[in-house]
Each structure stands twice: as C-alpha cells, then as structure tokens.
Design a binder for this molecule. Structure first.
Ligand code: C2E
Ligand code: MG
Ligand code: MG
Length: 550
C-alpha cells in the first residue's frame, strides 16, 4: 500500500474515525504494518515498523511466545489494563492485507463505560440502593452457598434476622430523610463488625439479615455482642441523640433445615418472638415456635377488619384510680379489650404492640379516646366530675395531627378537658426533647392533664418530668410487687414521692394488690393508687354501678 495512494488516505481516515484502535500485524514477521491514531495515543508513539511485542514487552520477542495473532485466526477477549485503569475489548481476525500478505487485524475498543454500566446494573440487582448493602436476592444466593458449605464440611452456620424497634417512630417523628440516615449509619456499623463484613444484607424497610458463615461460626458470640454494642449507643440525628434498639431472630443451619426460604422464615419467626416478648431482645428459633406465628398472622388479618368495621369489636374497660387519703374513687383508667369474633377475647398486651407496628394504633387509639370522652361527659352531666385516663401510644403522640385530633374529640364530645388525663410513656426511640415538649405543651394548652405512665421502666429521667411539665407520675407496678420486703423498691417510691412535691406533680402507684402494700404507700404519702386491691379493670356498667352509684 502506498502512502500517497488516495485510497490509502481514505482508509486511514475511516480507520481513524472508527472510535476504536486498529492495528495490523504481519503474521510471519510480527511487524506492525499499520495502526490508527487511537493506537498511537495508547502507545504514546508511532508504532509502525515496530513489532507487536514492543507493545508490552519492549522488544523482548521471547517473552511474547504466546503471541495471540500467531496462534489464533479469530480471537476475542475483554481485558483490564491496570496502568490505564480501563477495560478493553480486543479482537484479532486473520485477513489478507491490501498487498496480499497474511495479516492479523486487531481491533481494540475501550469498553470502560459499558463495563461500569454493567457493574452498576449488577450492583443494583444485588444491592440495596439506599445503604449499599447486598439485597434480599443476593442474600438468598449467598445463603445457598453457605448451606452447601455447611452440608459438605458437616459444620454449622447461622442467620441473624434483625428488625429495628420502633423505626416507624423515627420516620414519623423526624421525617424519612432521617430514617434513611439512620439506616445508612446502621449499615456502616454492621459492615465494620469482624467476620460479617461481606455478609450483611438489607432485606426490607428496617430489616437486615446477617449470615454467619461456617468459617466464622465459632465467633458467633463475639459477633452477637458486637451487634448488641452497636445498638446500645445513641445515633446522632438532626442535632440530637436517638436510641434505636432492635429485635433479632437467630436460626442455625443445617440443624434447622437446609432450604433457603424456609430458614429465612424461621429466623423471621424467631425475630417476631423477640418483638412480642418486649423488643430489644434476641431469640433463637425453636421448633415449637411456629404455632404462635400463625396466630400472629391471624391477629393481623382480623385486626385490620375489626378496625375497618368501626372498631365495634373493641371495648373499653375501666379500672378505678383511688385517692389514698380518702380511699375514694378519683377516676378511672380506660383500658382497651378486643372481643374478636374470630379469635375470642384479647388483652391489650396481645395486640397493642402489633397495632403500633401495623399503624392501626391511631384509629384504635382515637376510638378509645372518643368513647372515653363521651363516657366522662355523660358522668359530668349527671353531676360526677372525675378523671378519665386514656393511654396514648407514642406512635399516636408523634403523628402530625395529634393535637388537632384531640381538640376535635374534646369539642365534639363536650367533655371537660380538665377531666381528661392522657397517659404517655417515655420512649427510648424518641428523645427529641424539644419536639416532645412542644407537642405536650400544645396538648396541655387544651386544658388536658398529662401523666407519665410506667415510670421506672424506661429512662426514668426526672429531667424529663421537669421539662415536659407533667401533672402525674404513674409508678410502674414492678416497684410495688415486693415493696413490703424490697428496700430498694421502697426507697425508689419514697424518693419519687419526695421529689414529686418539689416538682409539683402527683404520684399514682400502679399494681397495688394487697393491704400491706397499701399501708406502706399511705406511710409514704402517695397521692393515688390503682390496682387489683381496689378493683380490676371492669366493664363500664360495672364501674358506674360500683364506684359512681349510677
Ligand atoms: P398500663 O397503662 O400501665 O395499664 C395498667 C395495666 O396494669 C392494665 O393492664 C391493668 O390491668 C394492670 N393492672 C392494674 N392493676 C394491677 C394489679 O394490681 N396487678 C396486676 N398484676 N396488674 C394490674 P392491661 O389492661 O392489660 O393493659 C396493659 C397495657 O396496655 C396498659 O398498661 C397500656 O400500656 C396498654 N393499653 C391498654 N389500653 C390501651 C389503649 O387504649 N391505648 C394504648 N395505646 N395502650 C393501651
Ligand atoms: Mg396506662
Ligand atoms: Mg402503667
């Protein structure tokens, strides 16, 4: 081919514009007969007249004994050039050159972008977009491999199924963007735990799975304690510290099965057991546990339809609250019961946590509040002004329109707001003091009283009581149980009683079951008590008859 030839110039032009590198090697001499500009750029110089091995081996033909163009008529490969950090597609094809020589035509295309795109697609298929952790699909694939490993080496592995406790509160209370930040922080934290770095998966909104491979099974206790540690410290979100605990289900394989989906389901069941037994726990799967979970599914289904049919299956029971000094009824606490047509009679402990989890606590809670207000208004109309206490779930408290809802119910029922006591609990998940303070301030502005329920079981922070401007502290019944014998319990209640005067709050002790306990509380100057000694929660009519003489 003559360089002055017009057709040569035209060919060169075409080859330069191809977008990929082209070079031609004489198969017998390995001399480079031609290359386009892209190859010159890659090599950093003109290579015509050099040999193909000069590309990589700087003239050392010997090193290049596996020379591709010599060995192959057609060849295709994708290679990564570490120096350039780029991916290339390399194709060699034997052709007859313009002057009749047998040559190998090589085409080198930069496919880095395509590769990156492919990797991204692969990443998306395997990973969770938000946290960068692997997703459920990848979890199932990896688990399959680990199960095979355990089977063939006759070793053990485990699945940890983690579900965050009350994540909904963070999301509802602070907004989704903070929920997302928390999920990311947790993901980073999990991936830093030795032994599970590459075995953490996000499989649902706030659900994570961790696979303990057979190789690290012996370190399981350490791993578990590292995970506990991760969740025992607060997370810094939007300017404040938040605690977020988790419930964990653990299932080992292959002693509990060797089917991927079956094992994940078992871990999930164990996790639900942990939730039910009070959250912030881990529970190992045991074979007898399945039955409960079917009941659980039943409760879910029936609760939805019970709420959809105007909550008519829910009934309010009232438990008297008694003034210690006079031993007269000072009011009553409304406690919900569910007379399910399908499931029978259920106590709040059986369905309230689930209702919170499913977001059904808001309509149920509103129903209780409305019924209680109507009842109290009826009593007022008959000349009896006593308190009615209604429990507010933290989920309700943090919902956006809680203050408007309460105001609306007060005005529609005509209840005297000063008769209404709303019981709230401290929550580990939310300690955004300023937000809680504002909500409580707005509720109190309606003329309603606020009681802190179950005091002594959560943070029991006196600071909280002071800042929240609460009216009543309800001491949890765990403190009264052994008060006659337990000095610590007695000292605790005594301390609360003394501080309550300074803080200007009233104290109500829950769970009083006998006369001995009552005597101790009288001695300690407690204002109010509630407990089976005076009366169990009872039907409204019974309460009205016994305590209000109606
Ligand atoms: P709580 O608000 O602390 O209510 C007191 C619970 O202690 C009631 O259980 C009551 O039956 C029980 N109790 C009272 N006196 C005694 C006693 O002397 N000995 C013993 N062993 N127990 C006593 P209950 O009715 O099962 O309610 C459990 C919890 O369910 C309540 O605790 C409250 O947190 C929640 N709950 C009940 N109704 C509602 C509701 O309408 N909305 C919300 N959000 N939660 C509710
Ligand atoms: Mg209560
Ligand atoms: Mg209580």
């Amino acid at each position: 081919m003559n360089e002055n030839d017009n057709s040569y110039t035209a060919l060169k032009e075409i080859l330069n514009n191809l977008g990929s590198g082209i070079f031609v090697i004489d198969k017998s001499t390995r001399e480079i007969l031609f290359h386009n500009e892209i190859i010159a750029k890659m090599a950093g110089r003109d290579m015509v007249g050099c040999h193909c091995y000069d590309f990589h081996y700087n003239g050392m033909a010997e090193q290049c004994k596996y020379c591709i163009p010599l060995k192959h008529k057609n060849y295709f490969a994708e290679t990564f050039d570490e120096k350039m950090e780029r991916w290339y597609e390399v194709k060699y094809n034997d052709i007859t050159w313009v002057d009749g020589r047998e040559v190998s035509l090589c085409n080198v295309t930069d496919i880095t972008d395509k590769k990156k795109y492919q990797q991204r697609i692969e990443f998306q298929a395997n990973n969770d977009f938000l946290t960068g952790l692997f997703n459920r699909m990848r979890c199932e694939e990896d688990l399959q491999i680990c199960i095979m490993e355990a089977l063939s080496s006759k070793t053990k592995g485990a699945i940890l199924f983690i579900d965050l406790d009350d994540f909904k509160h963070i999301n509802d209370g602070l907004g989704h963007q903070y929920g997302d930040v928390l999920l990311k922080m947790i993901s980073v934290g999990l991936q830093q735990i030795k032994g599970i770095e590459k075995r953490c998966y996000r499989v649902g909104g706030d659900e994570f799975i961790i696979i303990i491979e057979p190789a690290v099974y012996s370190q399981m206790e350490e791993i578990l304690s590292e995970i506990q540690k991760l969740f025992s410290k607060p997370w810094y979100l939007g300017g404040a510290d938040y605690y977020c605990t988790m419930s964990m289900g653990i299932v080992t394989f292959v002693d509990n099965g060797s089917d991927v989906n079956d094992l994940i389901k078992k871990a999930d069941i164990a996790m639900y057991e942990a939730k039910k037994s009070g959250k912030n726990k881990s529970v190992r799967y045991n074979k007898g546990g399945d039955k409960n979970s079917y009941i659980q599914l039943d409760i879910e289904k029936n609760m939805r339809s019970a709420v959809a049919s105007h909550c008519s299956e829910f009934e309010i029971y009232i438990q008297p609250i008694v003034d210690v000094a006079t031993e007269c009824c000072a009011g009553g606490e409304a406690l919900i019961r569910w007379n399910s047509r399908k499931l029978g009679f259920l106590s709040p402990g059986d369905f309230i946590p689930l209702a919170e989890h499913m977001g059904l606590i808001t309509p149920i809670g509103e129903y209780v509040l409305k019924q209680s207000c109507m009842l109290n208004k009826k009593w007022s109309d008959q000349g009896i002004d006593i308190h009615i206490n209604v429990n507010l779930s933290i989920v309700q408290l943090l919902s956006n329109n809680i203050v408007d809802n309460i105001a609306d119910i007060i005005s529609r029922t005509g209840v005297r707001p000063e008769n209404l006591v709303l019981e709230v609990t401290e929550s580990l998940a939310i300690n955004d003091m300023s937000r809680m303070k504002n909500i409580i301030k707005e509720i109190k502005a309606l003329g309603v009283n606020i009681a802190l329920d179950d005091f002594g079981t959560g943070y029991s922070s006196l600071n909280y009581i002071k800042q929240m401007d609460l009216d009543i502290i309800k001491v949890d019944r765990t403190f009264i149980r052994d008060i006659a014998e337990d000095d610590y319990a007695k000292a605790f209640i005594k301390l609360i009683a003394e501080l309550s005067t300074q803080l200007d709050v009233q104290v109500c002790v829950e769970g009083v079951e006998d006369e001995k306990q009552l005597a101790v509380l009288k001695e300690l100057n407690i204002d109010m008590i509630q407990g089976f000694y005076f009366g169990k929660p009872m039907k409204v009519q019974e309460f009205e008859r016994k305590y209000l003489s109606l």
